[in-house]
Design a protein around this ligand. Structure first.
Ligand code: ZN
Length: 457
């Protein structure tokens, strides 16, 4: 099977080259050739895709995804999504030009990961957090998705069975972060008093009780009274009741989650695989401690969402600068900060960190609200449009840089060069979210913006 994509702006993914009105020739699942031009009228023995007005780039590699496999969801091991749920998430990734995802939920088995990989055109890769303290944290925060298998597996077995990283170590649900604001605190309040509160109200109440760094000594009675009143809870709860409810929801998983983070980074050092750690205000001090412990040596530790909004912009910047000094690459997550803005309503951290040329190595999505995150491809466009990187540099942050950082995530892809795997995206140059064509292993799985039958298997 052969395909020619001609007339588009070809961005190879390697970080420097752009070919205006170039051509990409695909044969037998591989890139056969990348050409400066293809003369109009010249014959081609296969499908011809007109790429004019479009950018042609390698299929994107999303280093930070959740909800893309069967098995426990998130580092808190929440109940698994339905098949339609995780397949639907993979559909959205594919329709926006992502051809490889790394599942960072952490407690899925490699059989779960392989099931997703086999049934969907997106290449699905697995990571592991099958460690005693991580398991304990999950069981305390939620754990309803845990199975006998997920309890018994070890990191060592998972790595032998094909997992490519250890992570996500820590998470908003286990560390008193966004997952608590979004799900667990509102659920506990609803359970106790039948009142529904918003994510912002939950965050305000939580911060009145535990501060931004999740510390019981940060309790602020006046702030709690204010927050309770604003959320319509002043009648239903005393301050003591509300403080206990928040503490009971947040704290049991907190200590094991922090210990699990240490456990995971040490395992990464032992087994020689990358670790991906949850960067947030709650983990800032343990991350600093681990940076010093590793002292730049041995393990690849990737700080996930270094732009996490629980940090102040200055804190995020300072932590990322220290990470860079200690050789820790950082990932920036787009969350939903560009378009949807359900969970992250500011782009201040994003711009501050990306503005420096070498502070952020790769970009991913994380999950957003119910999987409704902004598209990775629009993050690529945004990074270039704001002048944080050149267009090839921005594309590299979601392709070759990810492939280079995590060996095994996308061997043979991430760049449009002869001999590579033909994972290719064709997107409208004026709005990358308008993805016209996607090829995976040389097979067309998105045509004219719609999934083809080959997208599912
Ligand atoms: Zn996270």
């Amino acid at each position: 099977m052969s395909t020619l994509i001609r007339g588009g702006t070809v961005v190879s993914g390697s970080g420097d080259t752009v070919i205006e009105a170039g051509a990409v020739v695909i044969r037998d699942g591989r890139i056969a050739d990348v050409l400066d031009r293809w003369d109009a009228g010249k014959e081609f023995d296969g499908e011809v895709i007109d790429g004019s007005g479009c950018v042609v780039m390698p299929g994107l590699i999303n280093v930070h995804s959740h909800g893309v496999t069967p098995g426990p969801l998130f580092p808190s091991a929440a109940p698994a999504l339905s098949t339609e749920g995780w397949m639907g998430n993979l559909d959205r990734h594919l329709l926006s030009g992502t051809t490889t995802v790394l599942s960072l939920c952490g407690f899925a088995s490699m059989d779960d990961v392989r099931e997703a990989d086999l049934r969907h055109a997106v290449h699905v890769r697995g990571a592991t957090t099958h460690l005693p303290q991580c398991l304990q944290a999950a069981a305390m925060a939620d754990g309803q998705g845990l199975t006998a298998t997920s309890r018994e597996l070890t990191v060592e077995q998972m790595l032998e069975d094909g997992a490519v990283a250890i992570g996500e170590l820590g998470g908003g649900q286990t560390l008193g972060g966004g997952g608590q604001d979004l799900v667990y605190i509102p659920a506990a309040i609803h359970h106790a008093a039948g009142i529904r509160i918003t994510i912002d109200q939950a965050r305000r109440i939580k911060e009145a009780v535990l501060g931004r760094f999740i510390d019981v000594s940060a309790f602020n009675l006046n702030a709690l009274a204010e927050a309770a009143k604003e959320a319509g809870l002043a009648e239903a709860f005393t301050a003591t009741q509300l403080a206990k409810l928040v503490t009971d929801s947040v704290m049991p998983s907190f200590a094991p989650a922090i210990e699990g983070l240490r456990e995971g980074v040490r395992a990464a050092l032992k087994f020689g695989v990358p670790a991906i750690v949850h960067s947030a205000s709650a983990t800032a001090s343990v991350l600093r401690e681990l940076m010093l412990e590793l002292d730049g040596g041995g393990a690849t530790v990737i700080a996930a969402h270094a732009n996490h909004p629980t940090h102040t912009p200055d804190e995020a910047h300072e932590l990322a600068v220290q990470g860079r000094k200690m050789g820790w690459p950082a990932e920036a997550s787009v969350f939903d900060l560009l378009h949807r803005r359900h969970t992250v309503k500011t782009r201040e951290h994003w711009d501050l960190l990306l503005r420096e040329p070498d502070l952020i190595s790769v970009i991913g999505t994380d999950y957003g609200h119910d999987g409704d995150h902004d598209e990775l491809i629009s993050a690529v466009q945004d990074v270039a449009a704001y002048g944080h990187r050149t267009l090839p540099g921005a594309v590299a942050m979601a392709t070759s840089a990810v492939a280079d950082l995590i060996p095994g995530i996308a061997p043979g892809s991430g760049r449009l060069t002869a001999g590579r795997v033909a994972d290719v995206v064709v997107a409208r140059a004026d709005d990358f979210r308008d993805v016209r064509f996607v090829l995976v292993d040389g097979v067309c799985v998105v045509r004219d913006g719609k999934l083809t039958p080959e997208a599912h298997r």
